[in-house]
Design a protein around this ligand. Structure first.
Ligand code: URA
Length: 239
């Protein structure tokens, strides 16, 4: 299918259609290695575009795994504050990218970013109960009482009853808990441990569905999901 060059550029960058046309006129854009001169030129959607020498990804949708650092908001836009979308490298920073799910400001780990609203909706739909696993550093050792309480379903201070969750730990590291939730409520893990008088020092998401965070990603780094990884999440989202 062929599309206008200015539309293809706008669809695959953060530029508006008008800005895309101006960038093309200014000679800042190449298509398959040739400098474009006119926004109304027709291109096939697989064309490799560069903007200011940087290649742009022209896939229909992008699915990105990020290791979210502390102090970064998991929203797409917050004027004056740093967001996960701001951390995307130029070739993945296209309009419409947003975090599919939330991590608190000081939580770290696996954040998925995409511009595919249907996919995100299916993955996040509360009735899917897609499990998410967190490594939690506590200010006190895990107790059997916590483990049993999590397994039965914790009632939060505001009377909300949480779904049963798995809490695992190793005797050698009693202040490190591995928690798997099947829902996502505001500050849920902190509030669940709070019921048992425990404070959360650090919270790091390691897994969404069957997909583990690639721990070779340093805080703030990200990469595209492989087709196999995307398939793992898709299988979860259609169940
Ligand atoms: N629970 C929390 O308390 N914070 C998170 O970021 C995720 C789960």
């Amino acid at each position: 299918m062929s599309v206008r060059a200015d539309k293809l550029l706008a669809d695959n960058s953060t530029l508006s259609r008008k800005q895309a046309a101006a960038a093309i006129r200014a000679g800042r854009v190449t298509a398959d290695g040739t400098v474009l001169r006119s926004g109304d030129q027709k291109l096939v959607s697989e064309t490799v575009l560069t903007l200011d020498g940087e290649p742009l990804t022209t896939r229909a949708h992008l699915y990105v795994m990020m290791n979210k650092p502390k102090g970064v908001l998991s929203v797409s836009d917050a004027p004056g504050r740093q967001t996960a979308v701001d951390l995307l490298p130029a070739d993945l920073r296209r309009r419409g990218m947003f975090p599919a799910g939330r991590l608190d400001l000081n939580s770290t780990g696996f954040l998925l970013l995409t511009d595919d609203g249907v996919f995100a909706h299916q993955l996040l739909a509360p009735k899917k109960h897609v499990p998410k696993t967190y490594r939690v550093m506590l200010d006190t050792p895990v107790t059997k009482q916590m483990q049993q309480g999590f397994a039965e379903g914790v009632t939060l201070a505001d009377e909300t009853l949480c779904r049963p969750a798995q809490l695992e730990y190793r005797a050698e590291e009693p202040c490190v808990a591995w928690v798997t939730l099947h829902e996502g409520r505001y500050h849920q893990i902190k509030r669940m441990f709070g019921i048992f008088g425990a404070g959360v020092n650090e919270l790091h998401r390691v897994r969404i569905g069957d997909l583990m965070l690639d721990e070779s990603l340093k805080p703030g780094e990200c990469r595209l999901l492989t087709p196999q990884e995307l398939e793992l999440l898709r299988n979860k989202s259609v169940q």
